[in-house]
Design a protein around this ligand. Structure first.
Ligand code: PLP
Length: 358
């Protein structure tokens, strides 16, 4: 029996997607083979990857002057690729809103002069700091933010205006969760395993002018130009992951596109936040407009009770509710593929737990 999976990543996928993948697992259409077995240079696979890219562009409204790259190495490799490729003046600004943002910053420091313009570390990253644009470096090569902070459950609702400095954003845990104005960004990147598909695929959306010929200064595989010039086929791309992304995109389309995703995600998040705000036992760790729609951390204030809750929830079919090891407590990740009923049932379970443990 399938459970309700609240994992932060790799995370739940739409059941329709898994069923379609299962039905095509042995033989994709009339090709006589599985997508996993196909040459990435074959005509069949060529059609798959180009249709996935076209669908991705359409759904996210990606302008023509941006490339969409299908890479590997996770969001974590982008922490290094971004400074390697965008470095010109040798400095960049970073906002530190959590562990991933901080990892990006630390990796940046190895390659250029990385400046932390703001941080929310003083309150365990439970908010998005106010940004004072007079502190932004006008000569920075880029300005880096993490759009949704998976571990702490915060997100940007307004993106900073960085003028001529390219805004670079980690969208790993919020891509495809709502419409986004791509033109505000120089580069957006995201690992697939939260909202797009299986682990192993990383998607980069990059504005053409940021794709530079780096000559021999950067290893071939770490250069965006290599991948852009070769349609993400310089070497073998994560073929099956790209195919599953295609099925996820098809599912998004069939379910009303990103506007409908946003509406559904807001509804799910509101259900859980409303319950938390009225509970005598549970409490959300983030308040106000920075609350994430995707990752919702909460606590009882009593570690033993947290443990009991996580264990009883698991027995009742709600798995992966344990908070990140760095913060403790609980966290419900409710990505696109988490059905409304999943959140409904979780809230009912929490109500019952609250009554039994008051
Ligand atoms: C999960 C996550 C990462 C790390 O992704 P990998 O693909 O494991 O490298 C980075 N940033 C954010 C915001 C994440 O949620």
């Amino acid at each position: 029996m399938r459970v309700f999976n609240f994992s932060a990543g790799p995370a739940v996928l739409p059941e329709d997607v898994l069923k379609k993948a299962a039905s095509e697992l042995l033989e994709y259409k009339d090709s006589g083979q599985s997508v996993m077995e196909m040459s990435h240079r074959s005509k069949e696979y060529g059609e798959i990857i180009s249709s996935v890219e076209a669908r991705f562009r359409k759904i996210l409204n990606v302008p023509d002057n941006y490339k969409v790259l299908f890479l590997q190495g996770g969001a974590s490799l982008q922490f290094a690729m971004i400074p390697l490729n965008l470095k010109k003046n040798g400095k960049a600004d970073y906002v530190i809103t959590g562990q991933w943002a901080n990892k990006a910053y630390n990796e940046g420091k190895k390659i250029l002069e990385a400046n932390a313009v703001a941080s929310s570390k003083d309150k365990t990253f439970s908010y998005i700091p106010e940004l004072d644009s007079s502190k932004f470096d006008k000569d920075a090569d880029f300005f880096h933010i993490c759009a949704n902070n998976t571990i702490y459950g915060t997100r940007y609702t307004d993106f900073p205006d960085t003028k001529n400095v390219p805004l670079v954003a980690d969208f790993s845990s919020c891509i495809l969760s709502e419409p986004v104005d791509i033109t505000k960004f120089g580069l957006i990147y995201a690992g697939a395993q939260k909202n797009m598909g299986p682990a192993g695929l990383t998607v980069v959306i990059i504005r053409d002018d940021l794709i530079r010929d780096l000559g021999d200064s950067v290893p071939t595989m770490l250069s965006y130009k290599t991948h852009a010039d070769n349609g993400s086929m310089f070497n073998t791309p994560p073929t099956y992951g790209i195919y599953i992304l295609g099925l996820v995109l098809e599912w998004i389309e069939n379910n009303g596109g990103l506007a409908a995703m946003k509406e559904r995600n807001e509804k799910k998040a509101a259900m859980l936040y409303d319950f938390l705000d009225n509970s005598k036992l549970f409490k959300a760790t983030v308040s106000g407009k920075a609350r994430s729609l995707m990752n919702i951390p909460f606590i009882t204030g009593n570690e033993e009770l947290d443990k009991k809750f996580i264990s009883e929830a698991k027995d009742a079919g709600f798995i992966n509710l344990k908070g990140h090891r760095s913060v403790g407590g609980m966290r419900a990740s409710i990505y696109n593929a988490m059905p409304v009923e999943g959140v409904q049932h979780l809230v009912e379970f929490m109500k019952k737990f609250e009554e039994d443990n008051a």
